[in-house]
Write a protein that binds this ligand. Structure first.
Ligand code: F6R
Length: 259
């Protein structure tokens, strides 16, 4: 079962996860991070900044979860731009070591395989940061995605396009297709850290953590992972039936275990 950590707010979640990532990079300057975009991971990236002062990050590698297909990479909401703006620049990472899936339509049928090969070549992802969609997606693996899937093109659901319209002028501007790491890709990362904040995520979190393992709720794939941590605020935890146990287990966690 995933470890569930219920925190007061985004700042506490950010600090907790940033401590873990900074520790990972100090222990292994060639650490490979799996990077999520969207609103959820921002407190983590913010909290990482002071923690990485004076730490050698020149060899850290990173792989974004996904990218929109057909978006101009220079568009401010392309995930390439978001990762550059929110992660690479503020943390001083080497841009040549941080990749996003290639969403250019030309040769798109090969871009997934190329991305998978690059992840393997880097030695695999050490820690994968995840958000979750209101429809239960992780990465852009929409409901019905195979648990064995690898990086490939997917069609975004209307719900996801509506949710992401806030980053664009209108829903019509949200691309229809994306290229995303698969659930199989995500499950190969050595540590999964899924974050969620707010009441709007409560049903998806409860389904992912306590519901049946089903492709109908792709986030439930984390139940198959030997080292998954779910960090949620009170509102996102509000549909969990075993919240009392999660708090009790976390309060009594042996120090040596880490996150
Ligand atoms: C982002 C990603 C998505 C988001 C999810 C939640 O790279 O893969 O799964 O994590 O859509 O988005 P936010 O965080 O904006 O609520």
């Amino acid at each position: 079962m995933a470890e569930i950590v219920i925190v007061r707010d985004k700042a506490e979640a950010g600090a907790l996860v940033a401590d873990e990532i900074a520790g990972l990079i100090r222990a292994d300057p060639e650490a490979v991070l799996g990077l999520a975009t969207g609103s959820t991971p921002l407190p983590v990236y913010e909290a990482l900044r002071p923690r990485l002062q004076g730490v050698d990050v020149s060899r850290v590698r990173g792989f974004a979860l996904d990218e929109y297909v057909g978006i101009d990479p220079a568009h401010p909401e392309s995930y390439r731009s978001v990762i550059t703006r929110e992660v690479v620049e503020p943390l001083g990472l080497d841009p040549s070591r941080i990749r996003t899936p290639d969403g250019s339509p030309e040769g798109i049928e090969h871009h997934g395989d190329e991305y998978e090969a690059a992840i393997v070549e880097a030695g695999g992802i050490d820690l994968q940061i995840l958000g979750i969609g209101t429809d239960g997606h992780i990465g852009f693996n929409e409901p019905g995605s195979s648990f064995a899937s690898i990086t490939r093109v997917k069609t975004l659901t209307e719900q996801t396009r509506r949710d992401n319209a806030r980053f664009f002028d209108s829903i019509e501007d949200v691309p229809m297709h994306c290229i995303t790491q698969g659930l199989g890709t995500i499950l190969r990362a050595r540590h999964l850290v899924l974050l969620a904040f707010g009441e709007g995520k409560a049903a998806a979190v409860a389904g992912a953590v306590e519901g049946p393992v089903t492709a109908s709720l792709p986030g439930s794939a984390i139940q198959l992972h030997p080292h998954a941590t779910v960090v949620v605020d009170e509102a996102a935890a509000s549909h969990l039936t075993r919240a009392g146990y999660y708090r009790y287990a976390y309060a009594n966690k042996p120090d040596w275990q880490g996150l």
